[in-house]
Design a binder for this molecule. Sequence first.
Ligand code: PEP
Ligand code: MG
Length: 550
Amino acid sequence: MPDVLHGVGVGVGIVVAPLVKMGRPPELPSARPVVDNAAEAALASGALAAVSADLAARSLEASDPTASAVLDALSMIAADPTLSEQVEELIAARTDAPHALFNAFEGYRQMLTEAGGYLAERAGDLADIRDRVIAVVLGMPMPGIPTPGHPFVLAADDLSPADTSGIDTSVVLALVTERGGPTSHTAILARALGLPCIVACAGVMHIADGTIVGIDAGAGTVETDPSVDRRRALRAEADSIVAELGSLTGPGRTADGHPVGLLHNIGSVADLECVDHEHFEGVGLFRTEFLFLDREDAPTFEEQRAAYAAVLEAAHGKKVVVRTLDAGADKPLPFLEMHAEPNPALGVRGLRIGRARPEIIQLQLAALAAAVADVPGSDVWVMAPMVATVAEARWFSEQAHAAGLDTVGVMIEIPAAALRAGEMLDVVDFLSIGTNDLSQYTFAADRMEGTLTELLDPWQPALLSLIAMCAEAGIEHGKPVGICGESAADPALSTLFAGMGITSLSMSARSLPQVRRALSKRTLDECRQLVERALAAEDAALARDAVVNG
Ligand code: PEP
Ligand code: MG
């Protein structure tokens, strides 16, 4: 019998392939005397330049625009003159290149952490860049994704954005991590890439490189060294899942035909390029802030109008839910000129910016209305992020109507808003639940903090209760309530949400077939029974177990 390791499966899919572990970061050797300052400085600056160039090259190769932007940002950090100046100073004080780099990166990390907000989020990537640079200085293989020359299952302690931005899905067939949880970066990436994945899989890093493993994401299992017969059985099962995913088409619905809209999360028109229009039901979340980030001035009316019109054109008359600017202290925009806040996640962000600076949201709504006029037959729904009170919802609705937009909603991302979902629906046409932030604010757990993944697990019964309350309010008002956070892409959760009365689920394109398949396997009545079981569970693991194995 092969050994079986258990973890938390993300998505569905079965893969049988050799396992290869992620390159480990280099160990810092003992300090050595510096004999030639100039040579030492050249060694360090050459390594920084090589890593920066490598990241930039990988950015060009990355097919996903988000991955490419992350790699560009990391490449710029490696090339930052502040960093190289610190390294030079340390070397001038007779520190060897590896230690000078290590210490300079530590200083840089502290600087970013103290800056807070968006910059502090980037601090987590620094250790990864540092390890790459030190590996180059020591003449060791670059830590990161291995290149064994054949397709493989990638195993790692956990995966950072810098590692995963370079993943080539023609060779990396599945991901397994020792740590992490269902909302960790690895899980989010696996959903975006459509890769079978198992997180929190204790013991996976003890498997020897090259061992054949059978990964079953649906079951959350890793079988080591399965017999030839077992491999054959696993491959047959894998083929039948792939065939089933490919054969299921049309709109999202339960086994007995109850509709649950399956929509796309997008950041720009590029995300709609590969959409199969035959099965496309629309966009459930268009994150417009990507237009505003990384620039000194606000985008003009015409720039915004053109960007929105391009998305409406590409949607071919299907519904497009546009979210107004969701930025603020945690994603600072230079032109907002806002002061630093001690708790950016609790500061002036989302709709609060619109309230403080109405001209920004008014320009955005006017540009959106102009785009609607430019694209006859378009179906635009507009919603505001980070709404806390009914008064805010009413204010937003008035602004949107004044701009000439008819279908207006709000995101439910703050528990206060979920608790008043019914009253919100008295003043708006629809709700869209952003479970990423709703988890963060319900559990007082920073969504960027990897060690809090247990609290951020979307199966937490308290989060499920809030979602159920919103769904009930939607049923009472006869108005749509969708979900557009990461949890919408979890196939097992989708059946639970359908049972609650959620009307649509919005996710990355790759997650859609799995969710469509999960919904098609249960009747609405069965989905409703799952809700009772999940809400009665004491914790996230038991709630998940009640739905997946119940
Ligand atoms: C959310 O919070 O769930 C959401 C969809 O918004 P974002 O992830 O962009 O904050
Ligand atoms: Mg959010």
